[in-house]
Structure formats: structure tokens, C-alpha cells
Write a protein that binds this ligand. Structure first.
Ligand code: NAD
Length: 328
């Protein structure tokens, strides 16, 4: 079994690869992994083992047709994580989001078709659904993306669907809620707040903090992806949720408590443009059809995540400040 993982040096892709190499996924203990990543600011080679008998790392761009034509043949499956992933950056400039997320997905799927790969999972996000006041999104909810990031992911979902429908590609799409856990880039809210608080800096809370997010531990997300990869049906979308809804204010209060900081460490900042008020996923399909259930409770997962950042300053200081300033 040979599996190609795109975006493998990012937060979620690297967790998936480390879990695969550690033999955490039944039936895939011997799988050989090709980890493809452009190593943008978000990718970090150190998120993966420096060497491993079943790992090959390739630095490359999913928009590079020639590279993909050479690399993709011979793989049995592709798990596609590579993306520009930070909403705030997409508000500043969306070009790279549409290039990587839409054109990159199309270029990758062309190579998958040509290379005869048998199975593909395209990793997407609940943000394609927009914002929901009450209730939770099922997979057939219309896509109403509000940020350029979400629009580019919605575009990639449509490319993926079209390649299934037109070409008969054995492809499934996953849409998950907000992930958290170790190795997440400190631009994202939980690691940003935790690392700020560990350094004695205040944390910037958007608006009144009443925006609601559903939190999913990265390990539960990756187990869900593996389930979809092995048992999911072609052309189907699977929501993956954590079942933990918190306002950003409630999340911030938990992080203050876990780091021993006071409320004076919170700085209110102007709200994000078009800030989605609430995300909530109905993931009963993957639970009922594939037997998925998250294992990590939010209280425990968050405490472990804070402990990981406390124990690994060398990792996040380089990521947050660059190698030359990491010692400051
Ligand atoms: P990330 O930003 O940590 O990692 C993305 C990786 O993709 C990086 O290693 C980067 O170098 C690589 N990459 C970017 N452009 C590339 C290109 N053109 N070619 C090859 N590699 C490229 O993101 P993440 O949080 O690990 O997210 C992974 C996937 O999960 C994304 O598709 C994202 O949309 C989706 N997702 C993430 C979350 C979340 O909470 N983090 C939630 C829902 C969905």
C-alpha cells in the first residue's frame, strides 16, 4: 500500500502521517507514505520524522503539473490536505488561496486520474456552509461561504465532486469543524492565545467574543479521515465534528485558567470582517455509517494541548518568530 499525502508538513497532515507511521490505523501498519508539501510559511519539515523507512518527503507544489505527473503514479490512495488555511490571511489577499486550493486541487486530481490512483479523500471544512444561527449542518446543506478562504475551499469541493461525477473517480470529501492539538501554527487562535499567555503577552479577542466554534481534536479528525478513506463511499461528503461548542470568550476563559493568567490579559480588538457567528456540524452520517466517535474530551484535549506548548517552546518560537529570533 502506497499513500500520497499532500500538505503533509502542516498541522493536520503531519498528524495523519505521524499516526500512520506509528501504526495507529488498523490495516495500514505497513503503508508507505509519500509526504508532499511546498513548505510555505505554514509547513514545517520538523513536524515529520527526519527519516523513517516508510516515509519519503518531497518538497513540491500541488500546482506543479510536471512534478505530479512524475510523482503520483504507483500510489494506491491520495489524502489531500494541502491548502492555504488561514481566514485572516485570505482577507488580506486571496490570490494564493484560489491558486492552491482550487487550481491546485484540479491539478492534483488530473494527475490522480492520469496516474490511475484508486482512492482519494479531499479534506475540506465546515466553513463552506457559512454561518448557522440554530441547529447544525448536515452534508446536504447549501454552500454559502463568507470568507475568501471558505470560498476557495468550496471551489475545491466542487472540483472534487465534478471529478467524481465526470470521471468516476473514487473520491470522498470530508468537512470538519475547527481543529486543535499539538503542532498547530501559532497564527491560529488556540496556539496564538496559549503562546502569548505563556510569554506574558495579552491575547487579542475579536469583537465581543460571542462567536461560537465547534472544536475537534486533530487526532479524532485524522481517525475520521482514515475511516472515510477505507470505508467511505465515492461521491459522498462526510462531516466530522467534535461536539464541543464554545463561544470564543468561553474558550479564552478556559485558556486563561489553564495558563494561570488573569482577565486583564485579554485585549478586545475590532471584529474580523464578515465574522461568521456560529459553526455547528451534524456528523451523524459518519457516526452511523462508518462507526466514527471522537475520543478526546475537550477539557482533557485542551489541557494536553496547553501542556504540549508549554513543553515545546523551541518548536513554536521558531514558527512564531523565525529561527533568528526564536531565542528572544
Ligand atoms: P496548515 O496551514 O497547517 O497546513 C497546510 C500545509 O499545506 C502546509 O504544510 C503548507 O506548506 C502546505 N501547502 C500550502 N500550499 C501548498 C501547495 N501549493 N502545494 C503543496 N503544499 C502546500 O493547515 P491545516 O490546519 O493542517 O489544514 C489542513 C487541511 O484541513 C486544509 O485543507 C484545511 O482547509 C482543512 N481544515 C483545517 C481546519 C483546521 O481547524 N485547521 C479545519 C477544517 C478544515
Amino acid at each position: 500500500m502506497r499513500i500520497l499525502v499532500t500538505g503533509a508538513a502542516g498541522f493536520i497532515g503531519s498528524h495523519f502521517v505521524r499516526s500512520l507511521l506509528a501504526g495507529h490505523y488498523a490495516g495500514w501498519e505497513e503503508a508507505r507514505v509519500t509526504a508532499l508539501d511546498k513548505l510555505t510559511y505554514a509547513g514545517n519539515r520538523a513536524n515529520l520524522p527526519a527519516s523513517h523507512p516508510r516515509l519519503r518527503f518531497v518538497r513540491g507544489d500541488i500546482c506543479d503539473r510536471a512534478l505530479l505527473r512524475e510523482l503520483v503514479p504507483g500510489h494506491d490512495a491520495v489524502v489531500h490536505f494541502a491548502a492555504e488555511s488561514h481566514v485572516d490571511r485570505s482577507l488580506e489577499g486571496a490570490g494564493e488561496f484560489f491558486r492552491t486550493n482550487v487550481l491546485g486541487t484540479q491539478t492534483l486530481l488530473d494527475a490522480v486520474l492520469e496516474g490511475g490512483v484508486e482512492r482519494v479523500v479531499h479534506v475540506s471544512t465546515d466553513e463552506v456552509y457559512g454561518s448557522i444561527g440554530e441547529g447544525s449542518w448536515t452534508e446536504d446543506w447549501p454552500m454559502q461561504p463568507n470568507s475568501p478562504y471558505a470560498a476557495s475551499k468550496a471551489g475545491s469541493d466542487l472540483v472534487a465532486r465534478a471529478y467524481w461525477r465526470t470521471h468516476g473517480l473514487d473520491l470522498s470529501i470530508t468537512r470538519c469543524s475547527n481543529n486543535y492539538g499539538p503542532y498547530q501554527h501559532p497564527e491560529k487562535v488556540i496556539p496564538l492565545f496559549v503562546t502569548n499567555l505563556l510569554e506574558g503577552h495579552r491575547v487579542p479577542l475579536y469583537g465581543d467574543g460571542r462567536n461560537v466554534r465547534e472544536w475537534l481534536h486533530v487526532d479524532d479528525h485524522c481517525r475520521g479521515i482514515h475511516l472515510v478513506l477505507t470505508r467511505g463511499r465515492a461521491g459522498e461528503i462526510y462531516n466530522i465534528g467534535g461536539g464541543n461548542e464554545y463561544t470564543n470568550l468561553a474558550l479564552t476563559e478556559k485558556l486563561l485558567e489553564l495558563t494561570g493568567a488573569g482577565r486583564d490579559m485579554v485585549r478586545r480588538v475590532a471584529d474580523r470582517k464578515a465574522h461568521d457567528l456560529r459553526y455547528s456540524i451534524d456528523d451523524s452520517k459518519i457516526r452511523e455509517q462508518l462507526g466514527y466517535a471522537p475520543r478526546t474530551g475537550f477539557e482533557q484535549g485542551l489541557a494536553e494541548t496547553v501542556a504540549w506548548y508549554r513543553d515545546n517552546p523551541a518548536w513554536w518560537k521558531v514558527t512564531k518568530y523565525g529561527a533568528d529570533r526564536a531565542g528572544n
